[in-house]
Design a protein around this ligand. Structure first.
Ligand code: RAM
Length: 363
């Protein structure tokens, strides 16, 4: 798999041929537990129309990205790539958002975006429900709503762009750390915020994976929350090791958390003794892989997530899709995607980064 680099954003056409993708088309497991499917029209507020797969992409579409927090380096990569992709179809993208990832921090931004009559709002939700009222109002006014990275409740958006199968993310993180610690000992999770839909879904699958008898020698002692705040995540790591000095492993399914945990471990007597795993960006984690703080971590390509989000929003705003299962749309050089159950579109499987391959990745 060849991943996009920063430079590629400016040379989309030239690089298109080089972008060999491993993309899982949708139709995989959903993240929401509710089994009610959407109606044929996507059944989200404001979308009564039928999909026309041949409708051309509209020009001058206004797309607003609303990340969990604007100072989260991962969200910035996603949003920058989405904004660049909007240029592919003569659209205009922008990013607005809070500086903290608390549950209600995005509400006032949604209200402003409604007043500005954006064509689509793309949101990485800090809480599945706190943003629902204003998002429903947006849809009633004809604004399309796409969640990405971290979902809202499913009736508060038309489509959810998921980075990878949530189940696979959760289970693989436990499988990886289990192998590394010989399936024995105490482990802890250092998560983002308590309300984050994506982290909570992954943690649910982690706990389920741990029920498998092969992990009977392992014990999950604590789920700590660093709130996707670097300093708090650092302190939580310290706290975990004070409370459980015999801890064998930490799984941090957040790029902010894993980078802070690595920084703490790299400078402590636990370096090389406590196994760290989770989700991180190669640029943030490179030095910790090289100095032996951790062996591996994983992630999908956040640039592709942003690009896919932008195309999904444009497909909705142009009437190509409504968010109903089975609809198809093209996402530029990423290829064709299919809307799965509950409006979910999956980007593709994550990559595992280690000392052997990390220098091939620059995001
Ligand atoms: C953090 C955020 C984000 C998550 C990544 C892996 O940046 O919590 O939501 O997807 O980590």
């Amino acid at each position: 798999m060849i991943l996009r680099t920063q430079a590629r954003r400016r040379t989309v056409a030239a690089a298109a041929a080089a972008c060999a993708l491993v993309v899982t088309l949708a139709g995989c497991s959903g993240t929401t537990k509710d089994d009610n499917d959407k109606g044929a029209d996507g059944s989200s507020a404001g979308s009564g129309a039928k999909a026309d797969p041949d409708a051309p992409l509209k020009k001058n579409l206004k797309l607003a990205f609303l990340p969990k927090a604007v100072n989260n380096p991962y969200e910035k990569i996603v949003d920058d790539a989405g904004i660049a992709a909007a240029g592919d179809f003569a659209g205009k993208g922008k990013e607005v958002g809070p500086s903290d990832a608390s549950a209600s921090s995005q509400v006032s931004y949604i209200n402003t975006l409604i007043q500005q009559r954006q064509d689509a709002i793309l949101i990485a939700a800090n809480d599945p429900n706190a943003v629902c009222g204003p998002l429903k109002q947006a849809m009633q006014k004809g604004i399309k709503v796409v969640s990405y990275d971290s979902d809202t409740a499913k009736d508060c958006r038309q489509v959810f762009i998921n980075q990878a199968s949530s189940e696979e993310i959760g289970r693989s993180l436990v499988r990886n750390i289990g192998k590394q610690i010989g399936y024995k000992g105490k482990v802890a999770i250092l998560s983002a915020t308590q309300n984050a839909t994506n982290q909570n879904t992954w943690i649910g699958f982690m706990k389920d994976e741990l029920k498998n008898p092969k992990y009977k020698g392992m014990k999950l002692v604590k789920v700590a929350y660093g709130d996707d705040d670097d300093q708090k995540s650092f302190q939580q790591t310290q706290g975990l090791l004070q409370a459980y000095p015999d801890l064998k492993g930490i799984i941090s399914p957040t790029t902010v958390g894993i980078a802070a945990a690595a920084r703490y471990l790299s400078d402590s007597s636990y370096k090389g003794k406590v196994v760290l795993g989770g989700l991180g960006t190669p640029n943030q984690m490179r030095k910790y892989v090289k100095d032996g703080t951790l062996d591996q971590f994983s992630l999908w390509n956040p640039e592709k997530l942003g690009e896919l989000g932008a195309y999904a929003a444009a497909a909705l705003a142009s009437g190509q899709i409504t968010g109903a299962q089975g609809e198809k749309f093209k996402a530029g050089d990423l290829g064709e995607f299919t809307v799965g159950k509950d409006g979910e579109v999956i980007l593709g499987p994550p990559t595992v980064f280690d000392a052997k391959n990390i220098d091939q990745f620059h995001f």
